[in-house]
Ligand binder design. Structure first.
Ligand code: MG
Length: 160
């Protein structure tokens, strides 16, 4: 069994779509970034890569590469799933925390879990998404950014 951790933070900006775990969430601001700014997907990708000691999302998809400008984070999740399969691993579980002062994420966590589980071909019950606020503290608490942490558990393919 292997365990990996991923972290990401993106600034919130007016006029951007808010995407978390590839799910669009209605909000007055969205996450800024070279790609679509989906901090949760990026944290999940880094957790999966980390469990395999396979580098990080920035090495795989440098933000200096114009091909990734505005890229949907689905392609990063697909790549992480592909690499895991190639290396003989199965993503068995994801646990993630989304720290956002707003919006409230509770109505969307199931949809997000369904989406993330789909990329790795695992049951939705094996993806845990938890929304938290930062109690008004720091840039996240002031509503200027959303930060995400994810932990991925990987098993050798074929093992339960
Ligand atoms: Mg990112």
């Amino acid at each position: 069994m292997r365990v990996g951790i991923g972290y990401d933070i993106h600034r919130l900006k007016k006029g951007r779509r808010l995407l978390l775990g590839t799910v669009e969430i209605p909000f007055e601001k969205g996450l800024e970034g070279h790609s679509d700014g989906d901090a949760l997907s990026h944290a999940v990708v880094d957790a999966v890569l980390g469990a395999m000691s396979a580098g990080d999302i920035g090495q795989l998809f440098p933000d200096t590469d114009k091909r990734h400008l505005g890229a949907p984070s689905a392609i990063f999740l697909e790549a992480a799933a592909r690499i895991a399969k190639k290396k003989g691993f199965r993503v068995a579980h994801i646990d993630a925390v989304v720290v956002a002062e707003a919006p409230k994420l509770a109505p969307y966590v199931t949809k997000i879990a369904v989406s993330i589980a789909g990329f790795f071909g695992m049951p939705t019950a094996n993806v845990s998404i938890k929304g938290k606020t930062n109690e008004g503290l720091g840039p996240v608490g002031e509503g200027r950014a959303i930060a995400c942490t994810a932990v991925a558990t990987l098993m050798p393919s074929g093992k339960r």
